[in-house]
Each structure stands twice: as structure tokens, then as C-alpha cells.
Design a protein around this ligand. Structure first.
Ligand SMILES: Nc1ncnc2c1ncn2[C@@H]1O[C@H](COP(=O)(O)OP(=O)(O)OP(=O)(O)O)[C@@H](O)[C@H]1O
Length: 216
């Protein structure tokens, strides 16, 4: 993918500026963690970033954006709606194609929810819903992954599985994370947001938790 260049981005809600101006370059091959306290502006920045790269990005929003009444298969399949004709998508909705089932089953297996393929999302636990949203983004195979707190509902071992899968599957990613240890372990660049500004931007290898904690 090409590098992403963001210049002087700002965001406001109800006339009140909450972010920026922020300038940022995202280089291909980077795994970036966005860290910072609640309300610092991480989701807002991810949203602005998504606006810039919508056609080449897979997004895992904090609120997941799943269709509750549809099974896991259909929600994951939605990651690739744009890759197929309307007719093929409609066919899959009514009668899932074996080819698509075969592509989605291993993903669910890796995420620890192989038995949920045909389960309506509404009946899943919070962590299972979160993994469904992650499966949809992995299935999409876009150029860049943007994820907002993708492991917030997962326990320790599962959070590691998911972080490992996301960073293996996507060469380039920007992930908002509350967990500093996960950020340091799985990402090679850390961007710290504080009061809507970039307060820290450095390579992980040069950072320790004590460099990040003052952001909170
Ligand atoms: N829809 C909205 N309307 C008004 N203000 C908003 C809205 N969304 C976010 N904000 C405000 O913008 C600021 C940044 O919010 P944002 O959600 O980007 O922070 P965050 O770092 O992602 O927080 P968290 O870690 O809690 O998800 C906060 O002050 C928040 O109150």
C-alpha cells in the first residue's frame, strides 16, 4: 500500500474542537498503537483516518457495527460484499456458498468460535461479538486495518491470540488500545494522544511503560 499522509486534521463536536490540528504519516508495514486516556481523542482520530482511506481499509469500530439478527457467517461475509456482484451477495444471504463457508470457518476456528458460524449475533456474548467483528475485518483482506479497542471484551490469552492474528494478517494497522503491554508487544510504533493532540510518537523499541503512563 501507499503511505497515508494526514495533514492538519481537526475534529469538533457541536462547535467544540476535540482534536487537532494533527499531522501524521503512516508508512506501509507499520503496526501503530494509539494510546491515551479515555476521551483523549483516539476514536475521533481513527474516524478521521478511516475517512481518508475508506476504500482500502478494514475497520473494527468500538461499537462493532454488526447486524444482530443475522448469523455470524453473514456478518463476517459482509467484509467482502464490495468484492462481489449484488446477485452473488444475495445468493449467499439466502444460501451460503460452500466456497465462502470454507473461507470463513478457519477464521472462526482461529478466533475460538468455530461453533458459532450459524448463530445469530444477538445471542452471542460480548467477547464473541467482538471476535465476529474482527473476523469480518480479517476476511476483508483490505490494505490497512483500523481497529478501535478490538480486544476490550477479551480475556488475557484471547487478547493475545487476536492481537497476534491481526498483526500477522495485516502488514499495516492502526489500533487504539487501552492495554499498554499489548501495545508494546504487538505494535512497532506508539502514538500517544492527550487532549486531542499527539503527545508521543516513537518506535516501540525506544519506549517503556513509564514513557506511556504519563498520558493517563
Ligand atoms: N458524538 C460525540 N458528541 C460530542 N462529543 C463527542 C462525541 N464523540 C466524542 N466526543 C468527545 O470527543 C472527545 C474525544 O472522544 P474520543 O471518543 O475520540 O476519545 P477516545 O480517546 O477514543 O476515548 P475512549 O478511550 O473512552 O474510547 C471526548 O471529549 C468526547 O467526549
Amino acid at each position: 500500500m501507499d503511505a497515508v499522509h494526514l495533514r492538519n486534521l481537526t475534529a469538533a463536536y457541536g462547535g467544540q474542537q476535540v482534536l487537532g490540528p494533527i499531522s501524521l504519516d503512516i508508512r506501509p508495514g507499520e503496526h501503530i498503537a494509539l494510546v491515551g486516556g479515555s476521551g483523549a481523542g483516539k476514536s475521533t482520530l481513527l474516524g478521521l483516518l478511516y475517512d481518508q482511506v475508506r476504500d482500502r481499509a478494514a475497520l473494527v469500530p468500538q461499537e462493532q457495527g454488526l447486524v444482530q439478527s443475522l448469523p455470524v457467517f453473514h456478518n463476517v461475509y459482509m467484509g467482502r460484499l464490495a468484492a462481489h456482484s449484488r446477485w452473488y451477495n444475495l445468493l449467499n444471504l439466502v444460501w451460503p456458498r460452500r466456497r465462502e463457508l470454507r473461507a470463513i470457518e478457519p477464521l472462526l476456528e482461529k478466533l475460538g468460535i468455530p461453533d458459532k458460524l450459524r448463530t445469530p449475533v444477538a445471542t452471542l456474548s460480548g467477547g464473541q461479538k467482538q471476535r465476529t467483528a474482527i473476523a469480518r475485518a480479517l476476511f476483508q483482506e483490505a490494505e490497512i486495518l483500523l481497529a478501535d479497542e478490538p480486544v476490550s471484551a477479551l480475556d488475557g490469552p484471547l487478547a493475545h491470540v487476536v492481537m497476534g492474528l491481526m498483526t500477522e494478517s495485516y502488514a499495516t494497522s492502526v489500533v487504539a488500545l487501552h492495554d499498554i503491554d499489548l501495545a508494546l508487544r504487538y505494535c512497532d510504533r506508539i502514538i500517544g494522544i492527550q487532549n486531542g493532540q499527539i503527545a508521543l510518537d516513537d518506535m516501540t523499541r525506544r519506549l517503556t511503560p513509564s514513557d506511556i503512563l504519563p498520558l493517563y
